[in-house]
Design a protein around this ligand. Structure first.
Ligand code: SF4
Length: 225
């Protein structure tokens, strides 16, 4: 297992604040104060492993004897042999501060700063994978992002990442959510054209949307009849 525990992220208070419409919801001074106090609490870390697909079934792939069941993942891995299961976290500090706060606006700001930090940390991992394995195109999928690959599949994904709790302090709770909550998990794989689960997800509104929903593509993947 590869551990990245010195992830550098460069958060931009102005960009995050503008996205949150700070000038309407509160004051810049308040936001700036929360932002500066929060930065030292963010400790981004990541782990990944390199794995080879053992078997390709109709709606699943088998890696190291562990079955990952998803029609979409299976289709995405049609011509792929090597994959990179991963977990990224920003640690427990920010959410502990948010949990302790009684101020709803501060909680909202903290949550948004945490989400931005997590995105930066995941992109850092993506850059490392690109550089280390000389891959140009890279996409990822995460259990729970689509009905087709439900949250229950976290168990299987974490089975491929044995030791993740010792390495970076991330574990699954009984509901299969990650603790610390500000963590993401998934599987990176090489692609010629970038795939986004959002392209197959009709949910709206969604602040996290990375690409427009494509009904035709959902039909092509066989998840829309
Ligand atoms: S649109 Fe939103 S809910 Fe759907 S996959 Fe993208 S980020 Fe997740």
């Amino acid at each position: 297992m590869e551990i990245l525990d010195k992830i550098q992220i460069d958060l931009n208070a102005k960009k995050i604040g503008e996205k949150l419409h700070v000038q309407k919801t509160g004051s810049w001074d308040q936001f700036q104060g929360i932002f500066e106090a929060t930065k030292p609490l963010i400790t981004p870390k990541a782990v990944y492993v390199v794995r080879y697909i053992g078997e390709k079934l109709e709606d699943a792939v088998v890696i190291d004897g562990i079955c990952l069941r998803s029609r979409v993942l299976r289709k995405n891995l049609e011509t792929v042999g090597r994959v990179f299961p991963y977990v990224v976290t920003i640690g427990p500090g920010l959410e502990a501060k948010a949990d302790a706060s009684q101020d709803l606006l501060e909680k909202y700001y903290l949550d948004s700063i945490g989400n931005a930090a997590l995105i930066h940390a995941r992109k850092y991992l993506q850059g490392e994978l690109r550089a280390r394995f000389a891959m140009e195109g890279l996409s990822f999928m995460s259990p729970g992002s689509l009905e087709d690959w439900p949250i229950e599949e976290q168990r299987s994904l974490f089975s491929l990442l044995e030791g993740v709790e010792n390495a970076i302090g991330v574990k699954l709770n009984e509901s299969l959510l990650m603790i610390p909550r500000k963590s993401v998990s998934g599987l990176y794989f090489p692609t010629k054209v970038t795939f986004y689960s959002c392209q197959l997800c009709p949910r709206k509104p969604c602040e996290g949307r990375k690409a427009a929903y494509k009904e035709d593509l959902a039909r092509e993947y066989g998840i829309l009849k």
